[in-house]
Design a protein around this ligand. Structure first.
Ligand code: ACO
Length: 329
C-alpha cells in the first residue's frame, strides 16, 4: 500500500526578539521566574505590519523549496491557526494567493496548539482518499495579538511563528505518516480560552474592558492535563503501531513548558536527548510549535532517514494527539 510522506518542511520566525528581561519592564515578572517555571528565555513577536498569513507565506515558500515543488502543484492548503488574519476570508486563501497556488482549495482548521497535528491527519486522509496528491499543511500564529499585558500568568508564555510541511503520495509502503491518534474533551474548554470576539460575546467595549479578547488560562490545570494526555497518547499510539517508546528516535512535543516535556519524558522512561526542545527561543507558538520544531530538528541533523519520529501536542478544547512518522528524506 502506498504511503503519505513529508516531501519538505519550512519555518519562519519574525525578526524581533523579546527577552524575559524585556518583559520584566512591562509586567511584574523576572527572567529567573520565567526560565525556571517554563524554560522560556525569549520569544519572537511579529511587527504591526505582519499578520499570521505573512509568517505562513514565508514558511510555505521554504517548505515548497525544500520539497523541490512549485506552488502550482498543490491541490489543497490547510492552515492550523487560532490567530488568523481575519474572521474571514480564511488565512489559507491568503497564503494561496501570495504563493500562487491557483489549483489549491483552502481551509483553516482550529484546534489551538494541537492544530498542526490535527491538520496533518486531515491532509493524510484526503490524500489517501485519492482526490488530492499534494497538500500544504501550515501552522501559523501571531499569538502576541491575544496576550493580556495585565495577566502575567499567560503573557510570558507565547510567541509568534509559522511552519509548513508539504505532504505527497509515495509508492513506497509503510513509510511517512504511519499512525495518528487524536482526541478532544469539550467539557474542559473553559480552562483555556479566548472567550470574547466571537458570536458568544461579540466585540464590544465591555469585552475589551474585561480583556475577554485575550487568552484566559488556568495554568496548573492545563499543565496536569497536558502531561497526562500527551503521555497516554504517546503510549497508545506506540501500541497501535506495534512499537515501544524506545523505538522512537526523536520526540517532537508541543513546545509549551519544558517541565511538561520533562514530565512526559520521565513517564515514557526516555532519555532527555530524545526530546527536541526549542521553546527557550520561541515560547509557545501554538499551532506553529510542532512544525517549527520538526523543521529545526530535520535541518539540524537530529532526524535521519529511516528514523521513527513522534509528534505530540495538547491545546485548548481540550484537544490533543500524537502521530508517528518514518522519516523518508
Ligand atoms: N512572574 C512572576 N511570578 C509569577 C508569574 C510571572 N510571570 N506568573 C505567576 N506568578 C506567581 C503567581 O502569582 C504565584 O504567586 P503566589 O504563590 O504568591 O500566589 C506563583 O508565581 C506560582 O504561580 P502558579 O500559577 O502556581 O505557577 P506554576 O508553577 O503553575 O506555573 C505556568 C504557571 C507556567 C503557567 C504553568 O502552570 C504552565 O505552564 N501551565 C501550562 C500552560 C500550557 O501548557 N499551555 C499549553 C496550551 S496553550 C494553548 O493551547 C493555546
Amino acid at each position: 500500500m502506498s504511503s503519505v510522506v513529508v516531501a519538505g518542511t519550512g519555518s519562519y520566525v519574525p525578526d524581533r526578539v523579546v527577552t524575559n528581561e524585556d518583559l520584566s519592564k512591562i509586567v511584574d515578572t523576572n527572567d529567573e521566574w520565567i526560565s525556571t517555571r517554563t524554560g522560556i528565555r525569549e520569544r519572537r513577536f511579529a511587527s504591526d505590519e505582519e499578520a499570521a498569513s505573512d509568517l505562513g507565506i514565508e514558511a510555505a515558500r521554504r517548505a515548497l523549496a525544500d520539497a523541490g515543488m512549485d506552488a502550482s502543484e498543490l491541490d489543497a492548503i490547510l492552515v492550523a491557526t487560532c490567530s488568523g488574519d481575519m474572521i474571514f476570508p480564511n488565512t489559507a486563501s491568503m497564503i494561496q494567493h501570495a504563493i500562487g497556488a491557483r489549483q489549491a482549495f483552502c481551509l483553516d482548521l482550529s484546534a489551538a496548539c494541537s492544530g498542526f497535528i490535527f491538520a496533518l491527519k486531515v491532509a493524510k486522509d484526503m490524500i489517501r482518499g485519492g482526490s488530492e496528491r499534494a497538500i500544504l499543511v501550515v501552522g501559523a500564529e501571531k499569538m502576541s495579538t491575544l496576550l493580556d499585558w495585565e495577566d502575567r500568568d499567560t503573557c510570558i508564555l507565547f510567541g509568534d511563528a509559522a511552519g509548513a510541511a508539504v505532504l505527497t503520495l509515495s509508492d513506497e509502503p509503510d513509510t511517512g505518516l504511519l499512525v495518528e491518534q487524536l482526541a478532544s474533551d469539550g467539557s474542559l474548554g473553559e480552562l483555556l480560552s479566548v472567550p470574547g470576539g466571537g458570536s458568544r460575546a461579540p466585540m464590544s467595549e465591555q469585552v475589551l474592558a474585561d480583556r475577554m479578547h485575550c487568552i484566559k488560562m488556568q495554568g496548573r490545570e492545563v499543565f496536569k492535563h497536558a502531561v497526562v494526555n500527551m503521555t497516554q497518547a504517546a503510549l497508545d499510539i506506540c501500541e497501535a503501531a506495534g512499537l515501544h517508546p524506545d523505538d522512537i528516535a526523536c520526540y517532537i512535543p508541543h513546545q509549551a513548558n519544558v517541565r511538561i516535556l520533562r514530565a512526559i519524558q520521565e513517564r515514557l522512561e526516555q532519555p532527555e536527548e530524545k526530546f527536541f526542545v526549542n521553546l527557550h527561543k520561541y515560547g509557545n507558538t501554538s499551532a506553529a510549535s510542532v512544525i517549527v520544531a520538526l523543521d529545526e530538528a530535520v535541518k539540524s541533523g537530529r532526524i535521519k532517514t529511516g528514523d521513527r519520529v513522534m509528534l505530540a501536542a495538547f491545546g485548548a478544547g481540550f484537544t490533543w494527539g500524537a502521530c508517528i512518522l518514518k522519516w523518508t528524506r
